[in-house]
Design a protein around this ligand. Sequence first.
Ligand SMILES: [Zn+2]
Length: 104
Amino acid sequence: MTSNRFNGLDIQNVKVNKSHTFDGHIIKFSVGGQNFVLMTGNSKSPFPMSIKHEFMAKEICNQCSKQIYPADISIQLCSFFQQRQHDLLRYILRFYQKEFQYSR
Ligand SMILES: [Zn+2]
């Protein structure tokens, strides 16, 4: 399998940044034009903590089908990705290893 897809989804615009407030990473990505943020703990061996929506406008999430408001991301967990966060992090670590190495 060489397909660069996660659960049939095209994960795009992956950006990995180290957090300045905790030991971990903030990973931004988009699927079908909708933005999400995956927070991970432990920068040496990352584990997933949460996945939130980061929408610019009021929209229905194509993944969890919830109405999402363009508000503070801290309250808007995506249940679809939450259930798959371990698989998603494994996927990102596999295909975006360099971004983790050079993140700051
Ligand atoms: Zn969602």
